[in-house]
Design a protein around this ligand. Structure first.
Ligand SMILES: NC(=O)c1ccc[n+]([C@@H]2O[C@H](COP(=O)([O-])OP(=O)(O)OC[C@H]3O[C@@H](n4cnc5c(N)ncnc54)[C@H](OP(=O)(O)O)[C@@H]3O)[C@@H](O)[C@H]2O)c1
Length: 268
């Protein structure tokens, strides 16, 4: 019997991309998976590929009551909850000066408050089973980059939340981890918001390598199995961040990222 066999997992953002691929992989490895997102039809299609292992939980994660209700429903069916993978999120790429406050609030509400709602509701159940809480963050939540001031802030906030939670939960035997990938090839690329809150008509070109979603799934499953607290994609980048901070605070990293994002020259 494998590690995930018989485990109960809740995945947010399960209707697409990283959440969907993780859900399918976990069901294949014998887990029962609660699939949370807003699009019911998508979730039902995914559940139908899971041989009875998928439980559809339609909820908007910005709605705290709905999230609580759906997690109670999952626990009512399965008898408990072992693992949370909080993957739901939206993306925004825009210079800060061009981003409206309403758009900032929206991205914070989904990415950060959404993660808070889900984590709060799942925590007591996961504590009972000494299970795992994993947030899908982003490299922009470890290292700032041009045009990711707002999106990155939501991920920095998640990192801070989960780092503190990890310490608080140690005595209770709960594993808390943050997975921070670079650019990943998912439908998110086609729904990136502009500063005015509308979707970019032409998806912004990723200035760095685009990773396949399967690599994320491997990293997330490995993280849970080994109860790792940190995982990045690519893996070596966390050592570069450390070196950059230690040796030449900010300078090399800033230059490299300004170059990659087209911010090397001064505006005239
Ligand atoms: N793709 C990348 O390049 C990349 C890089 C770094 C980090 N990430 C992070 O990875 C996570 C997953 O992204 P992805 O690439 O898999 O994106 P995706 O394919 O667009 O999937 C996003 C998921 O989030 C759900 N979602 C969005 N808003 C929601 C809301 N208000 N309530 C409930 N569910 C909501 C969507 O479901 P519904 O629309 O059905 O609600 C969907 O299932 C995100 O947190 C993202 O920030 C992605």
């Amino acid at each position: 019997m494998g590690f995930f066999s018989g485990k109960v997992v809740l995945i947010t953002g399960a209707s697409s991309g990283i959440g969907k691929a993780t859900a399918l992989a976990l069901a294949q490895q014998g887990a029962t998976v609660g699939l949370m997102a807003r699009r019911q039809e998508e979730l039902e299609k995914i559940a139908s590929q899971m041989g009875g292992k998928g439980i559809v939980l339609v909820a908007d994660i910005t709605d705290e009551i709905a999230v609580q209700h759906k997690i109670n429903e999952l626990v009512g069916i399965t008898g408990g909850l072992d693992i949370l993978v909080a993957a739901a999120g939206i993306s925004l790429r825009a210079p800060f000066a061009e981003t409206t406050t309403a758009t900032i609030r929206r991205v914070m509400e989904v990415n950060y408050m959404g993660t808070i709602h889900v984590t709060k509701a799942a925590l007591p159940h996961i504590k009972e089973r000494k299970g795992s809480l994993v947030a899908v963050s982003s490299l922009t939540g470890r290292q700032a980059a041009p045009e990711y001031s707002v999106y990155g802030s939501t991920k920095f906030a998640i990192q801070g939340l989960f780092d503190a939670l990890r310490m608080e939960m140690l005595r209770d035997g709960v594993h808390v981890g943050v997975f921070s990938p670079g650019f990943v090839d998912t439908p998110l690329r086609y729904s990136v918001l502009k500063g005015n809150g509308l979707v970019h008509e032409t998806p912004p070109v990723p200035p760095l390598r685009l990773w396949p979603v399967e690599t994320c799934v491997k990293k997330i499953l490995n993280m849970i199995r080994k109860r790792k607290t940190v995982a990045t994609l690519p893996g070596f980048v966390r050592y570069l961040f450390a070196l950059n901070d230690l040796l030449l605070p900010g300078w090399v990293g800033d230059c490299y990222l300004r170059y990659k994002f087209g911010y090397l020259r001064r505006n005239r």
